[in-house]
Design a protein around this ligand. Structure first.
Ligand code: UDP
Ligand code: MG
Length: 149
């Protein structure tokens, strides 16, 4: 089992898309193990996006990501890091296929409504940045035996 970090960005929250995005992960068969609705500081977002610090959009991105609430979640499931990225679509919604979250719900690269970790290593780093150990819940979904053999 893998875990990944997913966040509905401030634009997705403002547009009322948290429910739709959660629903897609639930319906795929993934398990929610932690979640919180918070407004992150600009410092926190600078740390979250540290890999991108030399990009021209870094400053604006971190400001935007801290400008309003985000819905931060940790989801668990088989191959979830890769599958969540496929569900999200491409970074640029213009390149995202219909059926993907970005391909269905947004149009602009700077307002692409969702974040998802791109590698297992980054997922672990991001989960640690956003959640404390006591914020995780442990339970067995009743469908578990029908999702995995
Ligand atoms: N971004 C942007 N302009 C760009 C590339 C990226 O505003 O030319 C923003 C966009 O919101 C993206 C985020 O920076 O989601 C992080 O970029 P990354 O390459 O990590 O894309 P992601 O992993 O979110 O698909
Ligand atoms: Mg990324």
């Amino acid at each position: 089992m893998e875990r990944t970090f997913i966040a509905v960005k401030p634009d997705g929250v403002q547009r009322g898309l948290c429910g739709d995005i959660m629903k897609r992960f639930e319906q795929r068969g993934f398990r929610l193990v932690a979640a919180k609705f918070i407004q992150a500081s600009e410092e926190h977002m600078k740390n979250h996006y540290l890999d991108l610090k030399d990009m021209p959009f870094y400053g604006g991105l971190c400001k935007y990501m801290s400008s309003g609430p985000v819905f931060a979640m940790v989801w668990e499931g088989q191959s979830i890091v890769k599958l969540a990225r496929m569900m999200m679509g491409e970074t640029n919604p213009a390149d995202s296929k219909p059926g993907s979250i970005r391909g269905d719900l947004c149009v602009n690269i700077g307002r692409n409504i969702i974040h998802g970790s791109d590698t297992l290593e980054n997922a672990q780093r991001e989960i640690g940045l956003w959640f404390k150990a006591e914020e995780f819940v442990s339970y067995t979904p009743c469908a578990q035996a029908f999702l995995y053999e």
